[in-house]
Structures are given as structure tokens and as C-alpha cells.
Design a protein around this ligand. Structure first.
Ligand code: NAD
Length: 335
């Protein structure tokens, strides 16, 4: 391996680690996501040229960042991983082909298509229907205990309703701040001469990771469920269901699920979904940075499995960047 390649890789890693720390731990990014994504891509490409360069602590192999020690820690029995990205149609088609080749299948996939909500991932644990714990993703294996803060989000049920609720159910989803609440909160802060938030994602992360849950309670936070983690389900309600059916079941138990989620057949229909959501992006009540396309069949998901930090059966199909660097750098953050 050449020295200059190694130096390039080390420089990229150092930069990405610094940006990740500011983004995930301090909730205070200093560069736009598009810039982070582009450096990340460069690192991925260099590592692909020479896999001997890959180290277990490389940002391409890791999820998020270690949890802040000011919170209690929660170990995720099922890790909370990240998603691979596609930035154009070719990359999306390549994702579909990789899966078809791996499964040696020519049948079109059933895809669950979901908006990629721009907030932060949380895992909420229900025991016998009662909310007992909530945690951030952290580094995917250990997150921060934010139970008291999540309990202040009105959309999150404290008790699940309906029949056959599992003995244990971990619900994964995104906490985010709808645009109207974000604008109203910033207007109020501006009128009071206080600092404003840079964007809804930062506002959501900063609001949720407060040591004083009374502050979280005043913030207009929302939650949509998009996956299931650990399950202990003697009645087997969630057995033999697809990912999409599981989300509909979560809805029946009283959990909020994004109304834009659709079940489609085949790559072209997933591409149509991407175009449709992109064309309506500005009219949505919350910020999104793409769509997530997931194979809905759980047996196929299992057969495809995971690689490094992400499942092989899902992809974040990102929208073109719209965020400006100046917007981020000119505004001070309140957390
Ligand atoms: P990711 O955002 O690409 O994908 C994983 C995350 O997507 C999940 O953890 C979840 O929170 C979210 N998500 C939203 N809707 C979802 C859905 N329907 N189903 C599943 N997941 C859904 O990956 P990441 O590991 O969280 O981080 C990478 C992102 O963070 C990139 O967009 C990157 O630009 C940004 N980032 C920016 C900086 C910066 O300095 N600006 C630093 C680090 C990371």
C-alpha cells in the first residue's frame, strides 16, 4: 500500500471523526451533510481500492458515535445499524441487482417504501404493553437512556392498546420536529432575543438529549415508528408478517407510523415512489433527506443479512442536497 494513499485515508478518517463527533455527540454540525457524505464516499472508494486499508474503527465500519456519559447507558440487544446510501438511479439499480444475484432470484421484490425522516433514531421498549425504556442509537450497540424525555412526546403511547400485545416489544423509529413547530419555536426564541436552532434535525436532537425532561416536554417533538427490534411474543402475532405488515400492526397497537409509507412491487415502482415523494417534499410537514427502500419479506431480509454497519436489504435513496453551508455556519445552536 502506498504511503500517500495511507495518508489520504488517515486524513479523511480524522476529518470524518471530527465531523461525526460534532454532529452526533454535540448536536452541532459544522459542515453540511452533503460535504460529509462526499468525504465519506471518498474514503469508501479508497478503501475499496485496497481493502487492506480497512480498519475496524474506520468511519465506514462504524455507526454514529459513542453515547454521552452524562446519560445512563442502554445496551441494544439487537444492534441499531445505519443504512447504505444510493445517490442516483444507477446506484439504486445496482442495489437491486446485488440482492437479486445474492438470492439467485428473478422475481420482483416487494419493497416497503418510506420517507427518510431527518431526526434521530430511538428504540422504545414496551413490556406487557407499558413503555419501560427509551434509548438513542448511540454507536449502534450502546445508546443513551432518554426514557423520561421520550415519555414527554405526546404521540408516543405510554401503553399499547388492542389485543395480543407482546410481552416484550422494542419499537424503533425516528424522533423529529415538524416544520411548523420548528418555525414557531424559533420565532419565539427570536422574539425573546434567544438563540435559534439551525435546522429541525438539530432542534430534535438537542431537545431530546436534555438532562431535564421538562425542557424536552416544551419542545414540539414527533415520533414515527419504522421497525421492530427485540420481540417476545408468545401469541406470535408478528410471526410470518412482512416488514410492511408489522408496521401496520404497530399502528393498530397505537404507535404512529408515517402515512406516506407504501408497499410496492419491483424496482420501477420504488423509483416512482422516490419521484413522487421528491416532487412533494416541500409540501410535507416535516423534513426528509430521501426515501428508504426496504425489502419487505422477512425471509429475504434474513437471507440477505448485514454487511459491516448496514443491512443488505435496505437502502437510503438520498435526495439532492438543498442545505447551504452558510446556513449552518451563520447560525448559532441552542441545545
Ligand atoms: P443515515 O442517516 O444515512 O441512515 C440511517 C438513519 O436513517 C437511521 O439511524 C434513522 O435514524 C434514519 N431513518 C429515517 N427514516 C428512516 C426509515 N424510514 N427507516 C430506517 N431508518 C430511517 O445514516 P447515519 O448513520 O445516521 O448517518 C449518516 C447521515 O448523517 C448522513 O446523511 C450524513 O450526512 C449525516 N452526518 C452529517 C455530519 C455533518 O457533519 N454534517 C456528520 C455525521 C453524519
Amino acid at each position: 500500500m502506498s504511503q500517500s494513499l495511507l495518508q489520504q485515508v488517515q486524513k479523511l478518517r480524522q476529518q470524518l471523526e471530527q465531523y461525526s463527533y460534532q454532529y452526533y455527540v454535540l448536536d452541532n454540525p459544522t459542515v453540511p451533510d452533503a460535504e460529509y457524505d462526499s468525504l465519506y464516499r471518498q474514503l469508501q472508494q479508497l478503501e475499496a481500492q485496497d481493502p487492506a486499508l480497512i480498519t475496524p474503527d474506520s468511519p465506514t465500519q462504524r455507526v454514529g458515535a459513542a453515547p454521552l456519559s452524562k446519560f445512563g447507558q442502554v445496551t441494544h440487544t439487537i444492534p441499531m445499524l445505519s443504512l447504505d446510501n444510493a445517490f442516483d438511479t444507477d446506484e439504486f439499480q445496482a442495489f437491486c441487482k446485488r440482492m437479486a444475484d445474492r438470492l439467485d432470484s428473478t422475481t420482483e421484490f416487494s419493497f416497503c417504501c418510506e420517507p427518510k425522516l431527518d431526526g434521530l433514531a430511538v428504540s422504545i421498549r414496551y413490556e406487557n404493553g407499558l413503555l419501560v425504556q427509551a434509548a438513542t442509537r448511540g454507536d449502534g450497540y450502546t445508546g443513551e437512556d432518554i426514557t423520561a424525555n421520550v415519555k414527554t412526546i405526546r404521540a408516543v403511547p405510554l401503553r399499547l392498546q388492542g389485543d395480543n400485545v407482546p410481552a416484550v416489544l422494542e419499537v424503533r423509529g425516528e424522533v423529529f420536529m415538524p416544520l411548523a413547530g420548528f418555525a414557531a419555536m424559533n420565532d419565539k426564541a427570536r422574539a425573546a432575543g434567544e438563540k435559534v436552532f439551525a435546522n429541525p434535525r438539530n432542534a430534535a436532537a438537542g431537545s431530546l438529549r436534555q438532562l431535564d425532561p421538562k425542557i424536552s416536554a416544551q419542545r414540539p417533538l414527533m415520533f414515527y415508528a419504522y421497525a421492530v427490534g427485540a420481540i417476545e411474543d408468545a401469541a406470535g402475532v408478528l410471526d410470518n408478517q412482512s416488514h410492511y405488515q408489522r408496521l401496520m400492526q404497530l399502528k393498530d397497537w397505537g404507535l404512529p407510523v408515517c402515512p406516506e409509507i407504501r408497499l410496492v412491487t419491483g424496482a420501477q415502482s420504488a423509483l416512482n415512489y422516490y419521484q413522487d415523494i421528491l416532487s412533494r417534499r416541500a409540501a410535507l410537514a416535516y423534513e426528509i433527506d430521501g426515501v428508504v427502500i426496504k425489502v419487505s419479506d422477512l425471509a429475504q431480509q434474513q437471507a440477505l443479512g448485514f454487511v459491516a454497519r448496514a443491512p443488505r436489504w435496505a437502502i437510503a435513496f438520498k435526495f439532492p442536497a438543498q442545505e447551504m453551508l452558510t446556513t449552518l455556519l451563520d447560525v448559532e445552536f441552542q441545545v
